[in-house]
Design a protein around this ligand. Structure first.
Ligand SMILES: [Zn+2]
Length: 471
């Protein structure tokens, strides 16, 4: 009997999640993410995978983030033809994310051709909008908790992982003759007691756990969000400034809007206009609203029998014309725009304009990577370069923490422990989807606190699970 697990991405790094399971009867993938970040990682997207996509029978997609789903169009282009199972909300968000990703790939190729810096002539996109549409055609949305039988001897279901709308962990049962081997793939694990997404479901009893470790070496120590933003926000509104909140379009923008609604409802913030200025955030917000019953939101958000996420005065700006109108609107108001790390997008136009006036306030939410404008501001630089100009930083700015969609070390441990008694905790844990420092730290934590056997696979590593189970 054969049962092999191999790691073709998201191992030793936080992007490119792709885990392959092979038995005598079938072969399937969990996630097909894009490698992102540094060039040497991005180049991996162009390498032929070590498995043949044509011979993969089906795929479980844990959630719509690009580092888990963004390779799907290429996989289908290279011959994968099986069903892609995912939750209904993931299906809705994946349409948005994959089409956007294809647009970026096409723009990158166009830009490389214009500048002539590609080794390939002409430079081709990794995939196109047609390829993305092709991949979407293979998606089969299912309900949380619904047992699937994608191949003989394989049963699986999606459980709620919190994190972002639709995010799931996958529980897989594999019949191997006399015994059933149970595996759980965590996907990305969300946080506990967060305003927008519900807590992750408890970890089911399993032999093998494949767990992410993005924040495996850190704690998100932070004061409640209202405390962090309340005072600075009110001061800015009182001096008739504009508040700019650069934010990821999916998940973060909705969480920020919900926090603002709670402040307004509690009478702590005046009812100022709030603008969501990013076509993707506008679309994602609509999808969130549509799936609102899956979010297990607090009853106090129930309004006239309808649950609403947002304050009354939220305005959506989808088109460029609608966005440009914002330039002429004086404060006080709040603008939420993408991207979250000030790397690209409409937020840059607002940044350029708003940074020069000390009445304004910029709120940076979440992690700011080392090479970004967001990081430059945190490090106390006096100017940032936007659209070729050095713009002086006169506006006030504060970083807000605690809005991460990822569990920190304690929360990851809490989730692994949620499996119940020590007999029910996983025999073996593969720690993936983290930089080596985080993955090592979390693996050590698991060994120390739970006595679990852990592995930290690298790219391309492969394990015989039957042998492991019997050893
Ligand atoms: Zn994610």
């Amino acid at each position: 009997m054969k049962l092999r697990l191999s790691f073709h991405g998201g191992a030793g790094t936080v992007t490119g999640s792709r885990h392959l399971v092979e038995t005598d009867a079938t072969r399937f993938l969990v996630d097909a993410g894009l490698f992102q970040g540094l060039k040497k990682l991005r180049e991996l997207n162009w390498k032929k995978p070590a498995f043949d996509p044509e011979h993969v029978d089906f795929l479980f997609l844990t959630h719509a983030h690009i580092d888990h789903a963004g390779y799907l169009p290429r996989l289908v282009k290279d011959g994968f033809r099986g069903p892609i199972y995912c939750t209904r909300a993931t299906f809705d968000l994946a349409q948005l994310m994959l089409m956007d990703s294809a647009k970026i790939q096409e723009e990158d190729a166009r830009y490389a051709n214009k500048k002539g810096y590609s080794r390939h002539k002409p430079a081709l996109p990794l995939y196109t909008a047609d390829d993305a549409a092709g991949a979407l055609g293979f998606m089969e949305p299912v309900d949380y908790g619904e047992w699937l039988e994608p191949a003989q001897g394989v049963r699986a279901r999606f459980l709620n992982a919190g994190h972002i709308l639709g995010a799931s962990m996958v529980e897989v049962h594999l019949e191997t003759g006399e015994r059933t081997i149970r595996m759980v793939f965590s996907g990305d694990v969300g946080r506990y007691d967060m305003p927008l997404h519900s807590d992750p479901d408890p970890l089911p009893d399993c032999h093998f756990l494949i767990v992410e470790s993005t924040y495996g070496d850190r704690e998100h120590k932070s004061a409640p969000i209202e405390e962090q933003i309340g005072e600075a926000l009110i001061d800015c509104i009182e001096r008739k400034g504009t508040v700019l909140i650069p934010s990821f379009a999916v998940g973060r923008s909705q969480l920020v809007t919900l926090c603002l609604r709670q402040l307004i409802q509690a009478g702590r913030l005046p009812d100022v206009p709030i603008h969501i200025d990013s076509p993707m955030a506008v679309d994602a917000t609509r999808i969130y609203s549509r799936h609102i019953k899956d979010l297990s939101l607090d009853d106090s958000l129930n309004d006239d029998g309808r649950i609403r996420l947002f304050p009354n005065n939220v305005q959506f700006h989808r088109s460029v014309e609608e966005s440009i109108k914002l330039n002429k609107m004086p404060g006080p108001r709040i603008i939420i725009s993408a991207s979250g790390m000030l790397t690209a997008g409409r937020v840059l136009h607002h940044l350029k304009r708003l940074l020069r006036d000390k009445r304004n306030l910029i709120m940076l939410s979440g992690y700011q990577a080392p090479w970004t404008r967001g990081r430059a501001m945190i490090e106390g630089k006096r100017t940032v370069r936007v659209h070729g100009q050095d713009v002086p930083i006169k506006a006030q700015f504060i970083p807000i923490s605690g809005l991460s969609a990822h569990a920190d070390r304690s929360e990851l441990l809490k989730w692994v422990r949620s499996a119940g008694s020590s007999q029910e905790q996983p025999d073996t844990v593969f720690v993936v989807h983290g930089e080596p420092k985080s993955a090592n730290a979390f693996a050590e934590t698991l060994t120390k606190k739970l006595g679990t056997r852990t592995f930290r696979p690298n790219l391309g590593d492969s394990y015989d699970l039957i042998e492991l189970l019997d050893s």
